[in-house]
Design a protein around this ligand. Structure first.
Ligand SMILES: *Cc1c(COP(=O)(O)O)cnc(C)c1O
Length: 395
C-alpha cells in the first residue's frame, strides 16, 4: 500500500477493478455481491450501458464548458429533476456537501432578506450533512466536528423525530429561518422518523415562515421506493438536496428549490466551476431515464419489502438483534453491540456491506438487484450476524 495518500480512510486490503450490475471483481479475479453500491451511489449497478453510452458520447463531443454559457444537458436535467420532485429550479454542483452548502446559503439569504441579521437553521441530533466546515457544523456527530473548531455558527439542534422540540424552538427564538432534515438518517444509523414527522415539520415551517429543507442526498432518486423520500408523506420541501445516485458514480450534486427559495441565488451570489457540466448532466439524464423506463422506483419498494421480510424471518427472533428498519432499499439492522468487524467478514464471504453508527449494519444495494441476488444478500448477512452474535454472546 502506498504512503502517497492521506489516511482519511481505513481501507480494506482489496482493490476493485471491474463491475457489472450488482457484482464487482477484485484484482485477484474474486467476485463480490455489492450490497452497498458505493454508499448509495451506483443505483443502476456498475458499468450500466445507458450511463456508459451517455458519458462516452458526451466525452467525444464536449466534456466541459463554463457556466457563462448555456448548457443544454444541464437545462434538460434541471427540468427533469425539478419536475420529479415538484420543485421549480435547480443549482448543480459536484457533491452532497456542496448541495447542502447551497441550501444553507439560500436559508441565510432568505433570512437576511427579512431583516434577520443572524439567521439560524434547525438541525437534528445524529444528522449527517457532509464534511465541509458549514456542513460538518450542521452534522450532529461530535466525532466529525472534533478538532475543526471553531464551528460555523447559526445552528440549533433538536432530537430527530420530535416535533414538540421544534415547536419549543419556534416559541423561544426569533431568528430561525429553516429546518434542514434527512427524511431517513443514513450515516446516523438508518433511523426512520415516526409517521407524520415530515408532514408535521412542513406544517410548522409554513406557520412560522421557515424553509423546509430536505437532505435527500442518500434517500433521493428512487432509493426508498419513491423518487424522493418526502413523497412518502405527501409533502414537498422548499429546498431539496440531491447527490449520490444522481450520476451513478459520475460526481454531481444538486440543490433544487421552489417558491421564494428558488429565487434567492442570483448572478454573483453562488457558483461552481464544474457544477452541471455537460458530462455530469448527461450521466444524470441517463440515470433518471433508466430508473423511469425500468420501473426501478417501484422495484426498490418491492425489493426492500422482500429483504426486510427476509431479515425479520431470519434475524427477528435472534438475541442481540435490536431492530430491523428502513424503507425501500435503504436497510438497517441494529445490533446490541458494535459490529464493525462484520464488514471485513462480509468481504471475506464475498459481500460488500457497511456498518454505521457503530452497531447498525447498513445495506444500500443497487436498485437493479435480481430477486435471487436480494435473497443471497439476506442469507449471507443473516448468517454473518448470527455467527457474530453467538460468538460475542459467549465472550
Ligand atoms: C453522503 C451524504 C452527504 C455528503 O455527500 P458528499 O457527496 O460526501 O459530500 C450529505 N448528506 C447526506 C444525507 C449524505 O448521505
Amino acid at each position: 500500500m502506498t504512503d502517497a495518500l492521506m489516511s482519511t480512510y481505513a481501507r480494506l486490503p482489496v482493490t476493485m477493478v471491474r463491475g457489472e450490475g450488482a457484482r464487482v471483481w477484485d484484482s485477484d479475479g474474486r467476485a463480490y455481491l455489492d450490497a452497498l453500491a458505493g454508499i448509495a451511489v451506483c443505483a443502476l449497478g456498475h458499468a450500466h450501458p445507458a450511463v456508459a453510452e451517455a458519458v462516452a458520447d458526451q466525452a467525444r463531443t464536449l466534456v466541459h464548458v463554463s457556466n457563462n454559457y448555456r448548457i443544454e444537458a444541464q437545462e434538460r436535467l434541471g427540468e427533469r429533476l425539478t419536475q420529479l420532485a415538484g420543485h421549480e429550479r435547480a443549482f448543480f454542483c459536484n457533491s452532497g456537501a456542496e448541495a447542502n452548502e447551497a441550501a444553507l446559503k439560500i436559508a441565510r439569504r432568505y433570512g437576511h432578506e427579512q431583516g434577520i441579521d443572524e439567521p439560524a437553521v434547525i438541525v437534528c441530533e445524529r444528522a449527517f450533512h457532509g464534511r465541509t466546515l458549514a456542513t460538518l457544523s450542521a452534522t450532529g456527530n461530535r466525532k466529525i466536528q472534533a478538532g475543526f473548531e471553531p464551528l460555523v455558527q447559526g445552528f440549533v439542534r433538536v432530537p430527530f423525530g420530535d416535533i414538540d422540540a421544534v415547536e419549543r424552538v419556534a416559541a423561544n427564538r426569533r431568528n430561525v429561518v429553516a429546518v434542514l432534515v434527512e427524511p431517513i438518517q443514513g450515516e446516523g444509523g438508518v433511523r426512520t422518523a415516526p409517521d407524520g414527522y415530515l408532514a408535521g415539520l412542513r406544517e410548522v415551517c409554513d406557520r412560522n415562515g421557515w424553509l423546509l429543507m430536505c437532505d435527500e442526498i442518500q434517500t433521493g432518486v428512487g432509493r426508498t421506493g419513491r423518487w424522493f423520500a418526502q413523497q412518502h408523506e405527501n409533502i414537498v420541501a422548499d429546498v431539496t438536496t440531491v447527490a449520490k445516485a444522481l450520476g451513478n458514480g459520475v460526481p454531481i450534486g444538486a440543490c433544487i428549490a421552489r417558491g421564494p427559495a428558488a429565487e434567492i441565488l442570483v448572478p454573483g451570489s453562488h457558483g461552481s466551476t464544474f457544477g452541471g457540466n455537460p458530462l455530469a448532466c448527461r450521466a444524470g439524464l441517463a440515470v433518471l431515464d433508466t430508473i423511469e423506463a425500468d420501473g426501478l422506483v417501484e422495484r426498490a419498494a418491492t425489493l426492500g419489502e422482500r429483504m426486510r421480510a427476509g431479515f425479520r424471518a431470519s434475524l427477528g427472533e435472534v438475541e442481540g438483534v435490536r431492530e430491523i428498519r428502513g424503507q425501500g432499499l435503504m436497510i438497517g439492522i441494529e445490533l446490541e453491540r458494535d459490529c464493525g468487524a462484520l464488514v471485513r467478514r462480509a468481504l471475506d464471504a464475498g459481500l460488500l456491506i457497511n456498518v454505521t453508527a457503530g452497531s447498525t449494519l447498513r445495506l444500500l444495494p443497487p436498485l437493479v438487484l435480481s430477486d435471487d441476488q436480494a435473497d443471497a444478500i439476506v442469507e449471507g448477512v443473516s448468517e454473518l450476524a448470527r455467527t457474530f452474535l453467538t460468538e460475542s454472546a459467549g465472550s
